[in-house]
Design a protein around this ligand. Structure first.
Ligand code: F6R
Length: 233
């Protein structure tokens, strides 16, 4: 695992450049994408750099990490809506190449990823409780894409995006920890002091299902962890 300490803006620039370089070198690459506030600046930079460098995303395939149960794609809190607004609609992606884990496809999601040759770059945020995607503390390291109940701390954290905490869905569909760890390159971004405790556990090198992100300490593939000073503590 390689640790990179930078400020938020520099993190966004660096990660965006890695993504755009991958697409330039491998136009048919497979990207694993996250939502939430963490990757927003990175996606802005991806759009900016790609437009400047005239990079085409036509043949890129994307697999998102997760989606809430019960929100349709027109709901502005759904992750399909988020991805379209914050990345997809700004570049020349082919809509047919986007994949999200949903009630009707989640059992085949891992096979679908394999059929596409696996994920080249997986972008991850981290929950304040150490979750990655919606793999909450206690999730098996062997888990594949599944339906999960959100932890009460996640519901509280994510209530900032909703009118009220009661509107936050209680369930989601998420790629599993085993699905994620198979990516050829993993980039985890952690910014802000809310992530400090989870980052500390991850960087301690421990491997513990009470902090799901620590599965990254078992990876033999390339893992880059970008943190800002606030998250580092
Ligand atoms: C979202 C996801 C989650 C978030 C995490 C942090 O697709 O997989 O694990 O990365 O909840 O969320 P933010 O970035 O909003 O702090």
């Amino acid at each position: 695992m390689k640790l990179v300490i930078k400020n938020k803006e520099e993190i966004a620039k660096s990660v965006a450049q890695i993504i755009v370089d991958e697409v330039k070198n491998n136009p048919k690459c497979v990207l694993g994408l996250a939502t939430g506030s963490t990757p927003l600046d990175t996606y802005k930079k991806v759009i900016e750099i790609s437009k400047l460098d005239k990079v085409s995303f036509k043949e890129v395939t994307t697999f998102n990490l997760d989606e809430y149960v019960g929100l349709d794609e027109k709901n502005d809190q759904s992750y399909r809506y988020f991805m379209n607004e914050n990345l997809f609609k700004h570049l020349d992606f082919n809509r047919l190449n986007h994949h999200f884990p949903l009630i009707d496809n989640y059992e085949k999601y891992d096979d679908l990823i394999l059929q596409h040759g696996g994920i080249d770059i997986q972008i991850l945020g981290i929950g304040s409780n150490g979750h990655i995607a919606f793999n909450e503390p206690g999730t098996s390291f062997e888990s594949l894409t599944h339906i999960t109940k959100l932890a009460s701390s996640t519901i509280k954290d994510n209530s900032r995006f909703f009118n009220s905490i009661d509107d936050v869905p209680k369930e989601a569909i998420t790629m599993g920890l085993k699905s994620i760890i198979q990516a050829r390159k993993i980039i985890l971004i952690a910014t802000g002091k809310n992530k400090r405790e989870a980052v500390k556990k991850l960087l301690s090198g421990e491997i513990d299902i009470s902090c799901p992100a620590t599965i990254l300490n078992t990876s033999l593939n390339e893992v880059l962890v970008f943190v800002d000073e606030e998250a580092l503590g």
